[in-house]
Design a protein around this ligand. Structure first.
Ligand code: HEC
Ligand code: HEC
Length: 423
């Protein structure tokens, strides 16, 4: 186990940007003991911004009565106190249990923060490579496309059918909100009800709660704070083509004139070792037909993507300090370990004794695996990544500084989709 202190950024205190949480009128999530709203900002900053569709989405997101058996919500695995990822101590070897606690899926739950910026899967016209798509393997096109899947995944919320989920939904305290947002009879038919459900959950994930841009990094970029010496060196190494060159994949996006998301949404095979401690290997055939022989092919699980074995989408690094363990399979416990792997994973003779890659073919050793990083560089890079945690407070004054919370996107009434923030 990694001590809790590693999760807490060095500079600034982790109070979270999530003060908006539970202040919504419709959420009703105060009944959920898993939620700790930690109000650190005046309520006036919050509830006025919550639109009806996104508010309904939030109520759904935190509702633990929508799983079979009841007890699990989206927030069980995407906990706002941990940047909408799963707290490490709720997982086994980086894998979260389902509503049935003896079931485990195959991958490490990612942060949902900034996920609304992930473009739909497409082939980049210039590079000719696959870009975008949600999930570690890029398989979902949009938040709407994905939103229903966890409700029916047997290793997650495990509802048997849309009709079964709809029966639970009708019992919810906020059920009447569906008619208000989507028009009368919104929950009368399972097909339409599921579409409404997906639209609401997706709209919630597009709110500023998930994309506050309130890290120390943002404050530095806006001239409200300065990096300390180690963070500044880490930022240099991160961008230096001859040292970290992290920006090759975890791109800053400045060239597109937008705030950095630390990913170019492409996918790569880093040659990661499998996570042999994952409980997924021990799952019954109904969940894992390959048993102990399971190999995660990543993007190439889709037969149309043959040749992309072992590739996974580049994740954002925002809030990475609070989302350990790392990588699609949770194989690395710490950021230092990840950077070390980038440094020695491909070095001849394997001086650090890394396990064999899960998918050796197509491993991109020319880009990562033998970076020229000293141990000071490693520490500096980790310290730099700690500045990417949202909810940063100036340690000198204890004040947040003028925090930039983007306004909520306008809501289209009467069954429409939320207008997407202009990314
Ligand atoms: C049991 C844990 C669990 C629950 C419950 C759960 N998720 Fe997830 N979520 C995951 C895992 C694991 C992944 C990554 C799966 C993969 O890549 O194959 C994921 C991925 C995602 C992604 C993609 C993020 C990205 O960066 O591509 C979204 C969006 C998401 N979940 C939303 C939800 C919503 C909405 C709910 C509730 C309806 C939910 N999840 C419930 C574990 C969970
Ligand atoms: C060739 C592209 C590439 C380069 C260069 C690269 N990364 Fe990554 N990075 C990835 C991919 C792809 C993943 C996800 C791999 C997976 O989950 O299987 C990843 C994952 C990570 C993670 C884990 C994030 C999480 O939430 O699990 C960290 C931390 C990270 N990279 C940091 C760095 C740093 C620091 C550098 C520079 C020293 C760097 N990366 C360079 C492609 C790259």
């Amino acid at each position: 186990m990694v001590p809790m202190s590693i999760r807490v950024p060095r500079a600034g205190r982790w109070r979270g940007p999530f003060f908006l949480l539970c202040l919504a009128v419709v959420a009703g999530c105060s009944r959920n003991p898993a939620i700790d709203p930690r109000p650190t900002a005046p309520a006036s900053q919050a509830s006025a911004e919550i639109g009806a569709l996104a508010g309904l989405g939030r109520a759904l997101f935190f509702d633990t009565s929508l799983s079979d058996p009841p007890g699990q919500s989206c927030a069980s695995c995407h906990d706002p106190r941990w940047a909408f990822a799963t707290p490490r101590n709720r997982m086994q070897a980086g894998i979260a249990p389902g509503a049935d606690p003896s079931r485990f899926g195959m991958r490490n739950p990612p942060t949902l923060m900034y996920a609304s910026f992930i473009p739909a899967r497409h082939v980049d016209p210039v590079r000719g490579t696959l870009v975008g798509g949600l999930m570690h393997d890029q398989r979902a096109d949009s938040l709407e496309d994905h939103a229903l899947r966890p409700f029916f995944n047997p290793a997650e919320m495990a509802n048997a059918s849309p009709a079964a989920l709809l029966a639970r939904l009708r019992q919810a305290s906020y059920a009447a909100q569906f008619d208000r947002v989507f028009g009368r009879g919104a929950l009368s038919d399972p097909g339409r009800a599921m579409q409404h459900l997906a639209a609401a959950v997706a709209a919630y994930q597009r709110t500023a709660e998930f994309s506050p841009f309130s890290s120390k990094f943002d404050a530095v970029m806006e001239g409200r704070a300065t990096f300390d010496a180690s963070e500044a060196r880490g930022y240099e190494a991160f961008r230096d083509r001859n040292r970290g060159n992290c920006v090759e994949c975890h791109s800053l996006g400045a060239e597109q004139g937008r705030r950095a998301l630390f990913t170019d949404f492409s996918s790569h095979n880093l040659g990661l070792p499998p996570n042999r401690s994952s409980p997924f290997y021990r799952m019954p055939a109904s969940i894992n037909p390959d048993g102990a022989r399971f190999i995660d092919l990543g993007v190439a699980r889709d037969p149309q993507r043959a040749g992309m074995e072992g590739r996974f989408r580049v994740p954002t690094l925002r809030n990475v300090a609070v989302t350990s363990p790392y990588m699609h399979n949770g194989v690395f416990a710490s950021l230092g370990e990840a950077v070390r792997f980038y440094t020695t994973g491909c070095v001849a003779g394997n001086p650090d004794g890394w396990a064999e890659p899960e998918v050796a073919a197509g491993r991109e050793c020319r880009k990562v695996g033998r970076l020229k990083l000293t141990s000071r560089d490693t520490a500096d890079l980790v310290n730099f990544m700690y500045t990417l945690t949202d909810g940063w407070y100036d340690p000198a004054t204890g004040l947040p500084g003028p925090m930039q919370v983007a306004p909520m996107p306008p809501i289209v009434g009467g069954g429409g989709r939320a207008v997407v923030q202009q990314h």
